[in-house]
Write a protein that binds this ligand. Structure first.
Ligand code: NAP
Length: 262
């Protein structure tokens, strides 16, 4: 079986995507910063699903990281047919109060790293003799501006727009591009975004968050069916759809109410 290259594979949605692909007998290349988590996951998946798993612990927010990973893949001679651009994070708070360097770092990881991986992987994906797939992880935050997640939601709108455009550019090739836009999902996302102190957000999360394994399985199925754009979960779909019908000012005011500091 060919290899799937997965960024942000140590936890959350990326980890569950790794499991979902291992079940389908894909060999795996796991990327994230936390080596211990990658070691444990690699061991577990090798034993359970009898697939080959290699990992590389690296901070993907540095400018050379994606290139280093592709060099590592080339040295390994892996036949890559799947690229999962999943590593990313959010920052909740007032734009002018959140540190600028952290916001720029997030922009780099959520957008530039994803573009780098996509550009550098395309020759490998095209070289694969069968069908190849790219799965980009955006967010339901891509579908409207979100005050107090201002930069994060803008990065995810970028991911969605880029994915749809590239999908059409790849028409006629062996590569398909799918964009998965999860809503709230039970992962480490809220902790890293600094949302855990907000009673409002945590209440909302308790009601609506989806389990990461369901989101991952939904995304993998959509990717293998070569779909363009998918949103997991009924309430997330309804919200994204109604956002198209309602005036932007209403949708953005509701988002502001949820994410503003208490
Ligand atoms: N959870 C949600 O509610 C939600 C909703 C919509 C979209 N999303 C999107 O889903 C994707 C996955 O997030 P998640 O919810 O699964 O969050 P998570 O549990 O925090 O996982 C994030 C993954 O990205 C990796 N990562 C973060 N920064 C990195 C860096 N600088 N270099 C390399 N790897 C890095 C993390 O590993 P290390 O910490 O080991 O580096 C981890 O494996 C993100 O793109 C996120 O924006 C999440």
């Amino acid at each position: 079986m060919p290899y799937a290259l997965i960024t942000g594979a140590s936890k959350g949605i990326g980890r569950e995507i790794a499991i979902s692909l291992a079940k389908r007998k894909y060999n795996l290349l796991l990327i994230a910063r936390t080596e211990k988590l990658l070691v444990d996951l690699a061991k577990e998946l090798q034993e359970k699903y009898k697939v080959e798993v290699f990992y590389n612990a690296i901070d993907l927010s540095s400018a050379d990281a994606a290139e280093d990973i592709i060099t590592w893949c080339n040295k390994g001679g892996y036949d890559i047919s799947v690229l999962i651009n999943n590593a990313g994070y959010g920052l909740n708070g007032a734009f002018e109060k959140l540190p600028l360097d952290e916001q720029l770092n997030m922009m780099w990881l959520n957008m530039s790293t994803l573009v780098q991986f996509t550009h550098l992987s395309l020759p490998l994906l095209k070289r694969h003799s069968g069908k190849s797939y790219i799965l980009n992880i955006a967010s339901t935050a891509a579908y409207q501006a979100v005050p107090y997640l201002a930069v994060y939601s803008a990065t995810k709108a970028f991911v969605l727009s880029f994915s749809r455009a590239l999908k059409l550019e790849m028409k006629g090739s062996n590569v398909s591009v799918t964009c998965l836009s999860p809503g709230g999902t039970d992962t480490h996302f809220m902790e890293r975004a600094g949302m855990e102190g907000s009673k409002k957000i945590m209440k909302q999360a308790k009601k609506f968050n989806m389990p990461a394994d369901e989101v991952a399985e939904f995304g993998v199925k959509a990717m293998l069916s070569r779909k363009s754009e998918v949103i997991p979960g009924f309430s997330n779909k309804i919200t994204a759809f109604s956002n198209r019908l309602l005036p932007k000012s209403v949708v953005e005011a509701v988002a502001k109410g949820i994410y503003s500091p208490e």
